[in-house]
Design a protein around this ligand. Structure first.
Ligand SMILES: C[S@@+](CC[C@H](N)C(=O)[O-])C[C@H]1O[C@@H](n2cnc3c(N)ncnc32)[C@H](O)[C@@H]1O
Length: 301
């Protein structure tokens, strides 16, 4: 999650926890989300240290990662807050099972179909939510519900947007320069359609600090953490980009011209020297923005 991957699992809006969409490839999604989170881990680790500093003084006994996916980031939260109970919260039992096993039991899991299940999460001193609020129809209502889950003095940290990932030179020696900007523009169309399709979707100005304030919280700050892996990339990062490009080709095919589609095919060619799996100039550069805000401590009378 990054927000820029927008890997979409099947929507579960029917509050039926007894099954998951049958033919969906959860293992592939889990592996992709895990790789993405691992690539971003150094930046997220910095973010967790910032949050630890913000929380200093107040005991952090329970931490939620809301929309955790397969739990890489929940594990980083457990590293940063070793004395806390850390719980990964997601609608997907399959992703939560990955979170449980990869953490060796360090991270608890709780299946929740949001927004319906917000009331079941239990009180927390720190709530992290990365690239998940944008899957909910009413983003302001989601923040307000999370704010209500915080103990007095607790922190809510929302990682949404930042900057889209860049991984290729402007002129990559294939097709018209500027491919990544066009992919990003097409992706914005798909993202907007995804949001419009969510039941109960509410358009809102996505001013995250203002939305946190509207939820009754006191802003602690917004910080951006760079994810900077210069070329040459290691194989796991290349494999991630290969999957990401093929997902983009499927998602955006109708929005791209024939020239750009041909370049995507060339980048996806597993054997070609210009393919993403082999080319020496592929890098990974992104920025993760985290907005943090605190629930006011109760005033003693
Ligand atoms: C893009 S992933 C982000 C994963 C992780 N937070 C990260 O940043 O790597 C979005 C996650 O939100 C979960 N999610 C989406 N809609 C949800 C809902 N209505 N209730 C609970 N979880 C949801 C998905 O199952 C998925 O794991």
């Amino acid at each position: 999650m990054t927000s820029h991957s927008h890997v979409h699992a099947p929507a579960h809006h029917d509050h039926d926890h007894s099954h998951e969409a049958g033919d969906f490839d959860w293992d592939a999604l889990a592996a992709h989300l895990e790789r993405e989170a691992e690539i971003q881990a150094p930046a997220v680790t910095e973010a967790t240290r910032w949050l630890r500093g913000l929380a200093s003084g107040a005991p952090v006994g329970r931490v939620l990662d809301v929309g955790s996916g397969p739990g890489v980031i929940a594990g980083l939260l457990a590293d940063a807050f070793p004395d806390a109970e850390v719980v990964a919260v997601d609608q997907s039992a399959a992703l939560l099972e990955r979170a449980r096993t990869r953490s060796g039991g360090r991270v608890g899991v709780r299946q929740a179909d949001l927004p319906g299940d917000f009331g079941t999460l239990g009180a927390a001193d720190l709530i992290w939510s990365g690239n998940a609020i944008h899957h909910l129809g009413d983003q302001q209502a989601a923040l307000t519900a999370l704010a209500g889950t915080l103990r007095p003095g607790g922190l809510l940290a929302v990682a949404e947007r930042g900057l889209p990932v860049r991984f290729l030179p402007r002129d990559l020696g294939l097709g018209r320069p500027g491919l990544q900007a066009r992919l990003d523009a097409a992706h914005e169309e798909v993202f907007a359609a995804m949001r419009a399709d969510i039941p109960g979707s509410v358009a809102t100005v996505e001013d995250w600090p203002a939305m946190l304030a509207e939820a009754g919280l006191v802003l602690a700050g917004s910080r951006t953490f760079l994810v900077d892996h210069p070329a040459p990339l290691d194989l796991p990062a290349r494999a991630y980009l290969h999957v990401q490009l093929s997902r983009r080709r499927d998602q955006l095919g109708g929005l791209l011209d024939a020239g750009d589609l041909a370049v995507l095919d060339a980048l996806l060619d597993r054997e070609a020297p210009a393919g993403i799996l082999t080319r020496p100039d592929a890098f990974y550069l992104a920025a993760v923005t985290v907005h943090a805000a605190a629930r006011p401590a109760e005033v003693a009378r």
